[in-house]
Structures are given as structure tokens and as C-alpha cells.
Design a protein around this ligand. Structure first.
Ligand code: SAM
Length: 231
């Protein structure tokens, strides 16, 4: 991984914002991911994320924290939060922004236990593909204190398979329609392609049942997205 995501976050943090990240997927064309969005304040966050932050309590783990926007908000409310990410640049930025407890770490290597685990901005993306969901869910479950909760958001991306005249096509290269290849570029450089998973609520529910987690729908967003609470 070249860590172009981290490079872009560091540029923004250091006042060198000249261009946005460019993303595309195996089923969609290029799109801009504006860097200011990755530094959003509570007011600028989607309702789903605001709701997750309202529900967060006790000792919190912010998984895939990016620049640390969610952690900073919780910290400002006096909540004990630990932020982790696999992007070196992202973790540098969290420290520059004042997150007190952040670490360069893959969630699968986390061993502490928490009352709340947050996975936000398509939190299921980190699972990468359907076949890995149960491994990640089992691990996340092992990090929960008694009565602990996991707050995770995702989307049902069926709409991405609809063409302009209302027809629906299928992705024949994948077992599940939410499994995408994700491409990112920044300042003319291409990142190593990644796998990124969108899970519809019913598939998440089934996967949770299989590993002994309860899964409830907290709220739905404005565009096929939802926030779920696992316990
Ligand atoms: C879509 S970004 C979301 C960033 C942040 N949560 C936000 O809402 O702005 C996903 C983040 O997850 C991180 N990530 C991906 N896989 C991870 C893993 N296995 N463990 C920890 N972080 C991971 C990426 O480096 C990236 O910063």
C-alpha cells in the first residue's frame, strides 16, 4: 500500500490542499472524494454518523478512524476513545489534530476490550469480501466488554446496478453484489487496488446470527444507507 489516502490527509492537515482524491470501483466511474469531507465536524456529518456518536458510551474504539473526526468529537465530550487505522498518514494526522490515543493498527490485531466499537463511513468496507465477514465479526465480538455494542454503517448498493432505463444488471465477477474492487488515485499516482464490501442489512443480520450477535437497525439514511447496532 502506497498510503495515498494518508498522504492526502497529511497534505490537507498541513495546508497543502490542492486537489481531491479520485475514486472509482469495478462498477462505477471516477468520482471525487473531497478532502474537506474527511475532516468534517459533527454538524457536517450525515445523520447516521451523528446518531452513532450519540449512542457511543463507555470506552470506545474508532476502527478505521481516518483523520479522527469521530474520535475528536467523542473526546471533546469527555469520552475515553482509542482510534486505530492501517494508514500511517492517517494516524499522523490524528495526532496533529489532537486525538490523545491513536495507534497504527489493523483491527484484527487489536486485543483491548471496549464498551462501544465504531465502524463508520461504510464500516463493512473493512471486511473486504463476504467470505471474511464472519472472521471480522467474531473478532469484533471478542473485543466487546459485557453489554458492549458495535455501531456500524453500510448501504444496499442494488441501486448501482440499475441503468438509466430502469433495467438491472448483475456483476458476474463476484459472489455477492456488494463486493467491489476499489481504486484510488491522488496527484497522478494510483494506489494498489483494494477490495471494499457494501452489505445490505439482511445479509449483515444473517451473518450476525451465525456468530451469535444480535443485530438491530438503528436508522436508515437518505440513500439506501443504514446504521446497525450489534450486541
Ligand atoms: C472510508 S475510510 C473512513 C475514515 C473515517 N472513519 C471517516 O469516516 O472519515 C476507511 C478507513 O479504514 C481504514 N482501514 C481499512 N482497513 C482497516 C483495518 N483492517 N483496520 C483498521 N483500519 C482499516 C483505512 O485506512 C481508512 O482510513
Amino acid at each position: 500500500m502506497k498510503d495515498l489516502f494518508g498522504k492526502a490527509l497529511l497534505d490537507y492537515q498541513n495546508g497543502n490542499y490542492t486537489e481531491d482524491l479520485i475514486t472509482s470501483t469495478s462498477i462505477s466511474d471516477e468520482d471525487e472524494l473531497p478532502l474537506p469531507y474527511l475532516f468534517r465536524s459533527y454538524k457536517e456529518m450525515p445523520k447516521l454518523e451523528q446518531k452513532a456518536l450519540q449512542l457511543a458510551k463507555g470506552k470506545v474504539l474508532d476502527v478505521g478512524c481516518g483523520s479522527g473526526s469521530h474520535s475528536l468529537y467523542l473526546q471533546s465530550k469527555g469520552i475515553d476513545v482509542k482510534a486505530i487505522d492501517i494508514s500511517k498518514g492517517a494516524i499522523e494526522v490524528t495526532k496533529l489534530r489532537g486525538v490523545l490515543n491513536s495507534e497504527l493498527k489493523d483491527v484484527l490485531n487489536e486485543t483491548d476490550t471496549f464498551d462501544t466499537i465504531l465502524l463508520l463511513m461504510n464500516g463493512t468496507g473493512i471486511f473486504q469480501e463476504l467470505s471474511q465477514v464472519s472472521k471480522y465479526l467474531k473478532h469484533l465480538k471478542s473485543l466487546l466488554k459485557p453489554q458492549g455494542q458495535i455501531l456500524i454503517d453500510s448501504s444496499d448498493i442494488t441501486y448501482m446496478y440499475e441503468d438509466d432505463d430502469g433495467g438491472v444488471w448483475q456483476n458476474m465477477n463476484s459472489d455477492y453484489y456488494g463486493e467491489l474492487d476499489y481504486f484510488l488515485s491522488y496527484k497522478g499516482e494510483d494506489e494498489t487496488p483494494m477490495k471494499w464490501l457494501y452489505l445490505d442489512f439482511n445479509t449483515l443480520l444473517t451473518a450476525c446470527k451465525a456468530v451469535g450477535l444480535q443485530c438491530e437497525l438503528v436508522i436508515e439514511g437518505e440513500h439506501y444507507d443504514y446504521l446497525a447496532r450489534l450486541s
